[in-house]
Ligand binder design. Structure first.
Ligand code: SAH
Ligand code: SF4
Length: 367
């Protein structure tokens, strides 16, 4: 089988070349061609001798994922629907801001964790993305966006906040992160690459050990009772354990705070009493808050908190000395906002089917 070299970080490329009796510096050369210059044709790699180019072309390929659709929002946000085989597709979003350009990258086709307010979670789970499919999103976006007039890359930040739970696809995500950070590839700073997790505690520890980058934790509730309900992984890793894991992570992290994400759901988690509870929950964890107005999707069953409630909630946290940002909704016209990424998921968990059944039973009970 032909190997796809986009699946390899530099150590894996070194192994690939040494196994063929080639020098280790070839790995760096190839990383530069593939990722720094975005070249996928071996023929264009002019500083690699022709016989090696030919043998590479015979045994390997550089195959980026295929773009099925690209949409551009009025506010400059761009979304790519990327082919994932078997009727599946995943989404990648670029969000331009004044001082930076952020790419929001997916890690799985769907998600198995079933947070109740998340469109990806609602769709069920199909499979983990390969390294080539994860880094391929940056490859594709980078090629489309290029560099600014000063010669800097338009994409300055990456957030693993697209479809899927990155820490549930640990090995592939970490290999892709290594490529993002590699100076021969994208050379992003650890502080500008963020992994967002719903709180897989053992994997958070592994990330701290193996590839510490900036960390965002999807908190969304200040107590176990509510979090068990809306972020069900909390039943396995409750808040006390999650907070301890955040503290351990900070000992290794490139930043000295964790970002807590908190989706604002009307009448569910947006009361002042929730804000007070939140303050005592995080008192031992250096953190910032990112309040995300709930982005609706069909049949979600939730409403977005009013802006008054969001302001009041924010003020409680700010008065206690916290830095709080409220996420602006971007790319509204192309459904590119947080939690709206739908892609195309062929559910293998039969979740959608089960939900339809429950829905029918409930209706029958009512009738
Ligand atoms: N699985 C990871 C990363 C992907 S989701 C995680 O859960 O952290 C990125 C962020 O969007 C998470 O904080 C997630 O909880 C939030 N989110 C999910 N659905 C949303 C919605 N409908 N509106 C607003 N934010 C949502
Ligand atoms: Fe999965 Fe994150 Fe959505 Fe929860 S919020 S279902 S963990 S993608």
């Amino acid at each position: 089988m032909t190997v796809n070299l986009l699946d390899f970080d530099q150590p894996k490329l070194v192994k690939f070349f040494t196994e063929q009796g080639e020098k280790t510096f070839r790995a760096k050369q190839l990383m530069r061609w593939m990722h720094h210059f975005g070249v996928h044709d071996f023929e264009q790699m002019t500083d690699i001798a022709r016989p090696l180019r030919e043998s590479l072309a015979a045994t390997a390929e550089i195959r980026p994922p295929e773009v099925k659709l690209e949409q551009i929002s009025d506010d400059g946000t761009r979304k790519w629907l990327i082919e994932a085989g078997g009727g599946n597709g995943i989404e990648t979003v670029f969000i331009p801001e004044d001082e930076r350009g952020t790419l929001c990258v997916s890690s799985q086709v769907g998600c198995a964790l079933e947070c109740t307010f998340c469109s990806t979670g609602r769709q069920g789970f199909n499979r983990n993305l390969t390294v080539a499919e994860i880094i391929g999103q940056l490859w594709v976006a980078n090629k489309a966006l290029g560099r600014d007039p000063k010669g800097d890359r338009i994409i300055s930040n990456v957030v693993m906040m697209g479809m899927g739970e990155p820490l549930a696809n640990f090995d592939n995500v970490v290999t892709a992160l290594n490529i993002m950070l590699d100076d021969s590839a994208y050379g992003l700073s650890r502080r500008r690459v963020t992994v967002s997790t719903s709180g897989l505690v053992p994997a958070m520890d592994r990330l701290g050990d193996e590839c510490p980058v900036a960390l965002a934790v999807s908190l969304h509730a200040p107590n176990d009772k509510l979090r068990d309900e809306i972020v069900p992984i909390n039943q396995k890793y409750p808040l006390k354990e999650l907070m301890a894991a955040c503290r351990r992570y900070l000992e290794k992290a490139p930043r000295d705070f964790v970002t807590f994400e908190y989706v604002m759901l009307d009448d569910v988690n947006d009361k002042l009493q929730h804000a007070q509870e939140l303050l005592s929950l995080v008192q031992d964890v250096p953190c910032k808050f990112n309040l995300i107005p709930f982005n609706p999707f069909p049949d979600s069953g939730y409403r977005t908190s009013s802006s008054d409630n969001i302001h009041r909630f924010r003020d409680v946290l700010m008065r206690a000395g916290h830095i709080v940002t409220t996420r602006k909704t971007r790319g509204d016209d192309i459904d590119a906002a947080c939690g709206q990424l739908a892609g195309q998921v062929q559910d293998k968990t039969r979740r959608v089917e089960k939900r339809v059944l429950i829905h029918h039973r409930q209706r029958q009970a009512v009738i």
